[in-house]
Write a protein that binds this ligand. Structure first.
Ligand SMILES: [Zn+2]
Length: 611
């Protein structure tokens, strides 16, 4: 007859595989969840009145981890799987703790698109020491030293029992604090994204699903198919668009920053738009999104990959498009364009410790001359302020603000050192942009020249303990989403910079780039009726937009005077420029009688017109 003793029950319940999973859970919670614990203790200080909720949350996240490991690791494969979890969680834990980053689908996109140079930029001795101690050694022990018997005596019944037990414990732990959990779930989305590895694994599943659900062979969807040219074509366009990297709006002295970071641009007649928001908080989202017709709210990477972008539309209308890249790549935007990689000395002739953005200007004269008689669009994708090694982003001669942080481990540097290194990189961008303008000035008589600079996203430099970028958009701080955007127009361009200046405070975004590019090349499309353009409204263009070739649309209101643009305006409350003032402005600047371009009015804002 069988006898049931407590020890026998324990032996049945806590088999080696189960003990191993609990051991790994405790290891992960102890060493790789500093960021989670730190966020929870900030929300619910241990000595505050909610210490019970704090303990309950800590226990809950531990149970979530255990439950997840119980579900995914089974049998002999558990050895490899748990080792991989320990190793990857150490990496994630280090970067979450060090930079306040979150491993969501956008971050995974970044990670999988990171090139060798970027990856090296993130290495530090602290990271290597941490990952070796907390990730490599325990993973290696598990792989090579743990007894085989630990993985062989795995029974499904025991596993199911433990899953049930964990679920019961989870309910028990949540029940007394249900109100606290309700507010935690509603108000503190950010904190739970630091749960390591559960949120990272959740993101990985989501990312895989996003990337595998559409076959790559899907046909390319055409956009703005009714696009057509309007107006005469006396001179060809030469537009250089600079896609900036990791530049913050508030670090440009053009925008009021107290350090002189734009000494050169301040001498040029430029407009700096004050309220431009990015589409994403990472290169991988913002760059394809700004050229896409989808706009931020409808943007999805898999959708955009199979759709034409603004450059495709330009190319279809005989614009010669060239993409030069000193960043990682074009993120799929230039797939069908002439593309030149300027990250290596093989192509870029201005390289010291790394290849400089200004090297992308070499040889452009030949390109422009070779495409004489054609409209030209050149995109220059900068290395800009890519972090965390801001000090590497400029030659020594641009080290104007000192002392600077010379480490990729920002925690080793003072705030002043981090700021200085970052600001020196902005100073270098200022130089680069002014060089772009000097190049365009050479073609001011022969072409309609323009430069548009737009940064892809900003950067956190320690505000709220967050560094770098790629925060989920919903909770992203403004430092990551408020981006600089600068326009320079040559004297042959259809509009003078003074006509654009009154609109510099308008709330614009990456969504508006698509139609801005089309309008700059005198292309009109009904797609743009509901979009902003960054170029100034023009009364004659309104007449064009009302032409019978296009669908009906809302009539712009007319007012008697152009209201002064307020310091801040939000979408939906834009002041309407008047016909009279614009005509006067047009006359004063000698624009009257020139050919007309379809520049869209602020009144034609998204949602306000029929399309
Ligand atoms: Zn970027």
């Amino acid at each position: 007859m069988k006898t049931f003793s407590l020890s026998a029950v324990c032996r049945h319940l806590f088999t080696p595989p189960i003990l191993l999973i609990w051991g790994v859970t405790l290891w992960l919670m102890t060493f790789d969840n500093y960021a989670l614990v730190s966020h929870l203790t900030q929300l619910y200080p241990p000595m505050g009145g909610q210490s019970g909720l704090l303990l309950s949350l800590l226990l809950f996240f531990t149970l979530v981890t255990a439950l997840w490991l119980l579900l995914i690791s089974h049998g002999r494969s558990a050895r490899w799987l748990l080792a991989l979890v320990i190793f990857s969680s150490a990496f994630a834990g280090f970067y979450m703790q060090e930079f306040g980053i979150i491993i969501d689908t956008v971050m995974l996109d970044n990670l999988f698109q990171t090139d060798r140079k970027e990856a090296f930029g993130l290495l530090s001795w602290e990271m290597i020491a941490f990952v070796t101690t907390v990730g490599v050694l325990p993973a290696a022990w598990l792989l090579f030293k743990a007894p085989d018997s630990w993985f062989s005596r795995d029974r499904l019944s025991t596993r199911a029992l433990h899953v049930g037990l964990v679920l019961v414990l989870m309910v028990t732990c949540v029940w007394p604090y249900s109100a606290g959990y309700a507010s935690f779930i509603r108000e503190h989305k950010l904190a739970r994204m630091y749960a390591n590895p559960s949120f990272m694994h959740y993101s990985l599943i989501k990312w895989t699903n996003q990337h595998l659900s559409i076959p790559e062979s899907q046909a390319l969807e055409q956009v703005a198919t009714d696009t057509q040219r309007i107006g005469g074509n006396t001179k060809h366009e030469l537009v250089i668009m600079v896609v900036g990297e990791t530049a913050r709006y508030d670090r440009f002295s053009l925008n009021g920053y107290h350090k002189l970071t734009n000494p050169r641009l301040q001498q040029e007649d430029v407009v700096s738009f004050k309220q431009v928001t990015s589409c994403g908080t990472s290169t991988g989202v913002s760059v394809p999104c700004m050229f896409s017709v989808l706009g931020r709210t409808h943007y999805e990477a898999k959708k955009a990959r199979h759709m034409e972008n603004a450059l495709d539309v330009l190319k279809e209308h005989n614009v010669s498009v060239l993409w030069r890249d000193n960043n990682s790549d074009s993120k799929g935007v230039a797939t069908r364009m002439a593309y030149e990689d300027f990250q290596s000395p093989a192509q870029n002739t201005v390289c010291d410790t790394e290849c400089r953005d200004v090297g992308m200007l070499k040889g452009l004269d030949q390109y422009i001359q070779a495409h004489h008689g054609q409209d030209i669009m050149i995109v220059l994708h900068q290395m800009g302020n890519h972090g965390p090694e801001y000090y590497r982003r400029y030659p020594k001669s641009f080290e104007k603000f000192t002392p600077v942080c010379h480490s990729s481990d920002l925690s080793k540097c003072s705030q002043q050192e981090i700021d200085n290194a970052y600001d020196n990189a902005i100073l270098y961008t200022d130089y680069f942009l002014s060089e772009v303008i000097q190049l365009l000035k050479k073609y001011d008589d022969s072409h309609e020249t323009a430069m548009l600079y737009v940064a892809d996203h900003g950067e956190s430099l320690g505000e709220h303990g967050i560094y770098l970028h790629a925060a989920p958009y919903m909770i992203a701080p403004k430092e990551q989403t408020h981006v600089p955007a600068i326009l320079w127009l040559g004297k042959q361009f259809d509009y003078s910079i003074n006509q654009v200046r009154p609109y510099q405070n308008y709330p614009l975004s990456h969504d508006d780039v698509f139609c801005t590019l089309l309008t700059a090349y005198e292309l009109k499309s009904s797609t743009c009726h509901s979009h902003y353009s960054w170029l100034v409204a023009n009364p004659v263009v309104r007449a064009e937009l009302k032409s019978p070739t296009l669908p009906a649309q809302a009539q712009p209101q007319t007012q008697t005077a152009l209201p002064a643009p307020p310091a801040t305006v939000s979408r939906g409350q834009l002041p309407e420029p008047t016909l009279q003032t614009e005509l006067a402005s047009s006359e004063n600047s000698g624009q009257q009688g020139r050919r007309i371009k379809p520049i869209h009015n602020a009144a034609l804002r998204r949602g306000s017109t029929a399309t």
